[in-house]
Design a protein around this ligand. Sequence first.
Ligand SMILES: *Cc1c(COP(=O)(O)O)cnc(C)c1O
Length: 949
Amino acid sequence: MTESHPQTSAVFADRHIGPRPDEVARMVQTLGYADVDALVDAAVPASIRSTEPLRLPEPASEVDALTELRGLAARNNVATSMIGQGYYGTFTPSVIVRRLVENPAWYTAYTPYQPEISQGRLEALLNFQTVVSDLTGLPTANASLLDEGTAAAEAMTLAHRSNKKSKSNRFLVDADCFAQTIAVVQTRAEALGLDVVVADTTDGLPEGDFFGVLVQYPGSGGVVRDLKPLVDAAHESGALVAVATDLLALTLLTSPGEAGADIAIGSSQRFGVPLFYGGPHAGFMAVRAGLERSLPGRLVGVSRDVDGAPAYRLALQTREQHIRREKATSNICTAQVLLAVVASMYAVYHGPDGLKAIATRVHEHADSLAASLRAGGVEVVHDNFFDTVLARVPGRAADVVDNARQTGIWLRLVDADHVGISCDEKTDATALGRVCRAFGVTFDGSLTGSALPAEVTRTSEYLTHPVFNTHRSETAMLRYLRKLSDYDYALDRGMIPLGSCTMKLNATTEMEAVTWPEFADLHPFAPIEDAAGYVKLISQLERWLAEVTGYAKVSIQPNAGSQGELAGLLAIRSYHQALGNGDRDVCLIPASAHGTNAASAVMAGMKVVVVKGNDDGTIDLDDLRAKAEQHQERLAAIMITYPSTHGVYEESVKEVCTTVHEHGGQVYVDGANLNALLGLAKPGQFGGDVSHLNLHKTFCIPHGGGGPGVGPVAVAEHLAPYLPNHPLLEQAGPESGVGPISAAPFGSAGVLAISWAYIRMMGAEGLTAATKAAVLTANYVAKRLEGAFPVLYTGENGLVAHECILDLRPMTKETGITVDDVAKRLIDYGFHAPTMSFPVAGTLMVEPTESEDLGELDRFCDAMIAIRHEIDRVVAGEWPADDNPLVNAPHTASAVINDKWEHAYTREEAAFPQSVDRTAKYWPPVRRIDGAHGDRNLICSCPPPEDFE
Ligand SMILES: *Cc1c(COP(=O)(O)O)cnc(C)c1O
């Protein structure tokens, strides 16, 4: 451990890692080893160990890392952006910045799979769904998608599978959609064998059949057109219609739903979420009645708890990808929860009138700009627009854009003759004056007043629910945010031992730079010279990630693990095609794989062949050889997770890789479990050709309650030509690349400083020490719990990797007490449950991470052991099988502090079992939730307040 002064030394690793040296010594002793290194040597197969230390810069202290980040920030040159194209200036209300964006009670929460401890964010997400549904005029909206481009791609596949009438595989995309949206749709379509036709639909549909149509409203060039004729024509020809749209515009414009559209998609960024150089932003999707059960992504719905009280939970959870696997229709897992929550709170803060006032101001700015340009003799292409003016200046466009940049304004260079100018919440008269000067005209502030004709003007109401009409004062807003975050259990309360999710510390220093204006206020299509700080940060981060994984090249563009998987598989596909092996399309996937693996393979146009597991959880090598041989003409790849999803280091991994290589396949190593490898072994060295990483697991980006995430894809040299690229930025990837996987050139650039800071402050030694500590804590928990709940799989020397699976099935068989009961009872003890029933049904998977100290680990183990004793009392007949603290868990304050108490156990036993701290008790706001009830009666927007009386 380091002893030098904290300001100059590598002391951060000591803060990141939970156990103190004396605690490490005690844990190692419990496990019967001399020291951590002896334990790690016994757990990790020597055959995969790296022999050299990681080549990373010497670790920086927290102070020095922030200084370096300040330096990078200073190299970004933030101008006023009027580029538009899905990214607009917006003011995040300060109360939302401080109480939400910068508040660990919100950003360190996990995906709300345990609804009883997630009511706060579930309510916020239901508000988000209501915003989207009301404004788009479509009844069901999901709780966010990754961005607008991928939402458009999801709309295409949704239309394809839902359109039972059409036999066509052609998808029509209106030419006035955002360029990045068209490109993302094309990347996805190519792999699926769908045909994208890009055409101007202003005067009607082109010849031929289409299963679906995508149109942008308002268009990329700003035009607002009446959607109705297009929608009618498309429906007549048997096509479904998806509309890419803008929530702020919809406060003034007739909604897509009213025009008869089937699907609406878009980005909610301009509802208070900074530009972030392209992301993270919450994409959205809403659908008409009849399509709700085919929606991709997560959907929050209203159900009730055992007392009949209304309660929220994820609806239709069977749509979740880990259950659907190769039948999956989308691979999205991590979404953009935190950003969706911000957007929803922006709507709560402003209310319908406030939003309409903002939209009106934005529109009037655009309108006055058009009036001045015209008065000065500049041609304005469209008569009808919301916020974007398209000016025609033959041969002068580049000059105009340059002139504007000299005065601190970014405009959009459309082509040699056209300039696009988008107004937003931040636009003011000064900016408009400068824009006019760039064109050589004078801004006089007068309006045309005619840019929004009656046939597109909205008359229907929206956001009439009280939640959008009661929190007008800052006091009320502050308390609403506080009330919801108090409902939830996040890392700021205690450990979240979720296997496969790596809920480690998200250090405050790592978070600092995210909201600095130099990082937050940069438009993704700003001139790259103005983003020099980002470019440097990204190239350093990509290089470090390549180093720690043993690959040649990394792209940080994919904005979730699932997207990294798709990018990696598309790279494999292109590689085979380039070698003339385009018919290699079989993807082997072990039975225990994460659901996104199979779903991504399907989306990459591959056929999934499942490889069996042995009873000990390892891959069945005989079955692997047989399948590899059987498919050797068609073998494209295998997707393995390492350490396996069973939480063990499989000795046979090298043999698995060799077998697949010998049969012409590529090896995809799912990097979600990299927390067990960093500094000890490199997937790119032990046989992998490509991996994705989850920066929101291993590299400290907070989980955000279900997003944001970043899923970089890392590849060996021969796959590097097939990394993602971007049509609007050459520097985003190789020219020979597979196209964009995300809408923005660098994906969720706005959160990359977090992972950068983590690696910068940990250094090679710190990262390796963290991995060792993660292996230590997992083995310690496994050891302490072995008497209460047996560990299902172990590797060499009876050890696990960085997580362990507790087998509850024998206990369930004997007692009827289920994993659910144990998970809910843990809430009474003040814990978030471990991962339930993945990868094995009826089990709990525990991943403590390196950040939890011995006190917290013991508190968890003590709780689990105490629960085991409670189960024994049920077995002994002391408590009836249908009335005990387990089956009735969790217990709310209201259930316990009630004049009526008719249970076989005491109130004391219900609420304050054993180790619970009475002064800091976490009370869940609802009792156990009946999910099936809500699925039968699907309600996915804000219910009337009477329901809560
Ligand atoms: C989390 C996870 C994924 C998916 O990553 P997302 O970022 O949620 O899309 C894939 N594989 C494994 C093993 C995981 O744990």
